[in-house]
Design a protein. Structure first.
Length: 197
């Protein structure tokens, strides 16, 4: 029963996800609409969606970036080349591995998706702050404490209220995959809204 119990806990995590636009708590439908709109704009304005995370969140970021490019035809990029990561970590400190390249590449017509289970990873928070200074839209996915710094920075925020890396990471992956899966779903008016923009 361990797997079934764990799965039920994961389902509760997703069901209890808190969505915010800035400081305003919104419902799931508005969160999906906002996500679709934010993802559609870089494609329409010739921008790029940058997706970042550490550890397990890096795997989620890479998968989401692949899905954006292949399934949704939205230009996307990560900064997970090992030569680049080790160079920046060695020369500038690990906390700068994402903020440094984003200082050179990020534009207002891009989008940054920042993933951190704790919401406290310095490398992720510093990158999110670059997005703010560049007036680039920011989507965050975090967990653990409701007051984590990453959650305070995003234009759209997905927060999983658990102190469990496995559940938070899996919930983040499920949420992002659902966004991709629903993008072309003909039965949802949310997609019609995005496609009409």
């Amino acid at each position: 029963m361990a797997f079934q119990s764990r799965f039920q806990n994961l389902a509760r995590c997703v069901a209890e996800c808190v969505y915010t636009c800035g400081d305003e708590v919104i419902n799931e439908e508005r969160a999906l609409e906002a996500a679709f709109q934010l993802l559609a704009e870089p494609r329409q304005r010739k921008g790029i969606v940058y997706v970042i995370g550490n550890g397990g969140s890096a795997g989620i970021a890479s998968h989401f970036s692949n899905d954006l490019m292949k399934a949704l035809q939205i230009p996307s990029q990560t900064f997970f080349d090992t030569n680049l990561l080790t160079c920046l970590a060695n020369d500038l400190g690990y906390e700068n591995i994402f903020s440094y390249p984003l200082q050179h590449y990020l534009k207002p017509n891009d989008l940054l998706v920042a993933i951190s289970s704790s919401g406290k990873s310095p490398s992720i928070v510093k990158a999110a702050e670059i997005a703010i200074t560049r007036q680039t839209p920011l989507i965050t996915l975090s967990g653990f404490q409701a007051t984590n710094p990453l959650r305070q920075l995003g234009q759209l925020n997905f927060w999983i209220g658990r102190n469990d890396y496995g559940l938070v990471e899996t919930a983040h992956f499920f949420l992002l995959h659902t966004i991709v899966d629903l993008w072309n779903e003909p039965s949802t008016s949310r997609v019609e809204y995005v496609q009409s923009r």
